[in-house]
Design a protein around this ligand. Structure first.
Ligand code: MG
Length: 349
């Protein structure tokens, strides 16, 4: 068992262990006096794991119900949240009770948001089942839901009581989803840890995925605990994400995954800053090679003008400037404020 302790306003632990799904109730009991637990999962994850989680919770004496919603990004909307509230209220969930978010990023975001707002906030735990959710979205306390005007425009900061990561759940994922998570894994090496990046180059990350997950959540933990509300250092986690979001937007969030777009974004931004002598030369080649090794794309047909325009409508663009995350070299990153109308010039370099 690996443990990562997160010291936020409300500290919590992340436990990483194969098979932990079957003993999740024990760990949830350690952090909660709840009488009732509602497991929230999408239809795919529910079919695979719902009963294992519910059984473990029952064995520990919780009264348990489940709320299952249709799998897919299209479900990420306020109607789905309203249905979650119905289940929570009908089950008689009180202030003391607990929500169990079982699934990938969409589930964690929405179940977390439902927990953050139902009765003005009740406890929740995360059991992330995708690599992306395990290394990224289960740490940091961000919850949210999409509205017609954009993704994650409504949300809340709400820290989980505990995060339980079972690497065995990755075995049931299609290859594409594991690759998707690898983009964020590579990102952590780029922004904070040259040795880790080198390990990803030398070895196959999937052969020692528990260590990989532990390293990633530790890096994110360190960054987030120094900057819980995203004022400064936390922006480094957006490396590759400005252009990545633009690309996702240009595809209307269909046909390209978040990880694929981030991989392309990391490559394009480091190439631009390398050309300007900001990033150590040779860095981009290493990022390209590593993305290719893990089956991620490194280029896209969209023009820099298209990407710059798409970035202008991004919610993270306060004022007329944007904070680009750049590398000095692998393992060392910083932010640079660039005027939005200079973005195209910057990336064209
Ligand atoms: Mg991301």
């Amino acid at each position: 068992m690996k443990t990562v302790h997160v010291e936020t306003g409300k500290p919590y632990d992340i436990f990483i262990e194969r098979g932990i799904l079957d003993s999740c109730g024990k760990y949830i009991k350690q952090v909660s006096n709840a009488k009732r637990a509602t497991v929230i999962a999408d239809s795919n994850v529910a079919a695979l794991y719902k009963w294992r989680v519910m059984n473990s919770l029952s064995q520990e004496g919780f009264e348990v119900t489940a709320h299952v919603f249709p799998a897919g990004e299209e479900s990420k909307n306020l109607n789905t949240i309203a249905e979650m509230y119905n289940t929570l209220a009908n089950f008689g969930m009180t202030r003391k009770d607990i929500v169990v978010a079982l699934g990938g990023g969409v589930t964690g975001d929405m179940a977390g948001f439902a927990a953050a707002t139902y009765l003005r906030g009740i406890d929740f735990v995360q059991i992330p089942t995708s690599l992306l959710a395990q290394v990224d979205s289960s740490v940091g306390g961000k919850t949210g839901v999409d509205i017609a005007q954009g993704k994650n425009l409504v949300g809340a900061f709400h820290q989980p009581k505990v995060v339980l990561i079972d690497p065995d759940t990755l075995n049931s994922l299609p290859d594409l989803y594991v690759r998707d998570g690898m983009a964020e894994v590579i990102k952590y090496g780029c922004i904070k840890d040259a040795d880790f990046f080198e390990n990803l180059e030398k070895e196959n990350a999937l052969d020692h995925i528990e260590d990989v997950i532990e390293t990633c959540v530790s890096i994110k933990r360190d960054v987030v605990s120094r900057d819980e509300r995203e004022a400064g250092e936390r922006m480094l986690l957006n490396f590759g994400h400005t252009l990545g979001h633009s690309i996702e937007k240009l595809y209307d969030f269909k046909g390209i995954s978040h990880g694929m777009a981030v991989a392309i974004g990391m490559v394009l931004i480091s190439r631009a800053s390398e050309k300007q002598g900001i990033t150590q030369s040779g860095t981009t080649d290493r990022i390209v090679a590593l993305c290719e090794k893990y089956g991620l794309p490194t280029n896209d047909k969209a023009t820099f003008a298209d990407m710059a325009n798409a970035a202008k409508s991004d919610k993270k663009t306060a004022d007329s400037a944007i904070n680009l995350v750049l590398l000095n070299e692998i393992g060392s990153s910083f932010t640079k404020k660039v005027e939005l109308n200079k973005l195209e010039e910057f990336i064209t370099a």
